[in-house]
Design a protein around this ligand. Structure first.
Ligand SMILES: *[C@@H]1O[C@H](CO)[C@@H](O)[C@H](O)[C@H]1NC(C)=O
Ligand SMILES: *[C@@H]1O[C@H](CO)[C@@H](O)[C@H](O)[C@H]1NC(C)=O
Ligand SMILES: *[C@@H]1O[C@H](CO)[C@@H](O)[C@H](O)[C@H]1NC(C)=O
Ligand SMILES: *[C@@H]1O[C@H](CO)[C@@H](O)[C@H](O)[C@H]1NC(C)=O
Length: 372
């Protein structure tokens, strides 16, 4: 894939509807961007840093844990301390994948979180020079896996985050926080990442395109991000007026204003969408599901209780005469498509235009980049 760099830039991030973010980060916000094709997520997390501190040396480090629904990755970044005009190129020093599932799966085994984090955190203590440890920020951002746990059991989600925070504070780094980022933030970070990596924020309008309306030279890319538990769509619509306030973001980046549309569809990441489909299709069977979305010959057994354990399957939950069911793949594209389309309700829309489930969507505009 085309993106393999990890970079960051710093900026003020005026987000009236996200005062929580402002509290979390201090005056100046560094946004650390990570884009990894291998793990197929965009990892971009805000880290609060105090900019005015005099620095004895010219390299700084930062550690970001991207806690996705199915796994967590730790990224170590390094950048020159003297950032010209508040921007700088960050190099990813290393990526460390934590062994085990996403952090939400540790809800029932909080005591194992220490061990879960150990290997990669020890690696970080070795990679970051010892003299830098105290000033190196560590931040963990969790996404839809933890959003779902919070819906199911808010106290348990808090306990997981507290255990993570306790564990990360044990290292001699500057622990900045562990929290669940919002769907809007996730969408925004994905959009910023792709446009930063494509150089869309810093490109100068070319002389050829220097018409009275120079916008065409400065088109950004939209971002589509398919995760395990949620999926995001984020782009600059042609019409600046966004009908639904919760889908509107306003940034000022590199001296330009952007009005961005974003939506994060919880339960429509690939794992949770599959669960929805299975929960829908298992109704009315005898415990054997012949499933066109799996290839012929594929067979597996699933627990009904596991299927129903996610908030995403609640609307399909029924009392079934079996505790386990068997999936038998039949491999039929058309039937699979029909089955999956039933997960998208397009029968109502309170706005001028919707994607599905009554969610506002302005007319698509521009090119898109995709991360899986
Ligand atoms: C930083 O700002 C100065 C003054 O505005 C400008 O001359 C210089 O080119 C800028 N540097 C970068 C890397 O943009
Ligand atoms: C369920 O029905 C299928 C046919 O649709 C049959 O092949 C299978 O043996 C039945 N399974 C059980 C557990 O009764
Ligand atoms: C199903 O649940 C049982 C006990 O409730 C457990 O032992 C088993 O591992 C589960 N199976 C799967 C496929 O998760
Ligand atoms: C779609 O949503 C509408 C409004 O919530 C609801 O009345 C309808 O039953 C839904 N259709 C399906 C197929 O779920």
């Amino acid at each position: 894939m085309m993106f393999s760099q990890q970079r960051f830039f710093s900026t003020d991030l005026p987000r009236p509807e996200e005062s929580e973010l402002k509290n979390f980060c201090s005056r100046n916000i560094l946004i650390i961007l990570g884009f990894s094709c291998i793990i197929a997520v965009i990892a971009l997390i805000a880290v609060g840093l105090t900019q005015n501190k005099p620095l004895p040396e010219n390299v700084k480090y930062g550690i970001v844990l991207d806690a996705g629904s199915s796994h967590t990755s730790l990224y170590i970044y390094k950048w020159p301390a003297e950032k010209e005009n508040d921007t700088g190129v960050v190099h990813q020093v290393t990526e460390c994948k934590l062994k085990g599932p996403g952090i939400s799966r540790y809800a029932q085994k909080l005591s194992e979180i220490d061990i879960y984090l150990t290997a990669c955190m020890v690696r970080a203590t070795q990679v970051v020079p010892k003299s830098r440890h105290q000033e190196t920020p560590v931040y963990l951002g969790a996404t839809a896996g933890m959003r779902l746990l919070r819906i199911e059991n808010e106290q348990l989600a808090d306990k997981v985050l507290a255990a993570v925070a306790r564990s990360l504070s044990n290292y001699h780094f500057d622990f900045q926080g562990a929290r669940i980022i919002t769907g809007q933030e996730e969408g925004a970070y994905g959009w910023i990442t792709i446009n930063y990596l494509l150089g869309k924020f810093t490109q100068k309008p070319s002389w050829l395109n220097l018409k009275p309306n120079e916008d065409s030279a400065l088109e950004t890319y939209g971002a589509l991000d398919l995760g395990g538990a949620s999926t995001q769509i984020t782009f600059v619509p042609q019409d600046k007026k966004i009908e639904s306030p919760s889908n509107a973001l306003h940034f000022r980046l590199y001296g330009r204003d952007y009005s961005v549309y974003t939506h994060s569809f919880l339960c429509y990441g690939k794992d949770q969408a599959l669960r929805q489909k299975l929960a829908k299709d298992i109704q009315g069977t005898n415990g054997t599901l012949r499933d066109p979305c799996f290839h012929p010959g594929y067979e597996t057994v699933m627990n009904v209780s596991d299927l129903y354990s996610s908030p995403c399957t609640k609307r399909y939950e029924r009392t079934l005469p079996f505790d386990q069911f068997q999936i038998q793949g039949t491999g039929n594209y058309q039937q699979c498509q029909q089955s999956i389309l039933q997960l998208f309700n397009t029968s109502y829309c309170p706005y001028s235009h919707c994607s599905f489930n009554g969610i506002f969507l302005p007319p698509l505009h521009g090119d898109f980049g995709v991360s899986l």
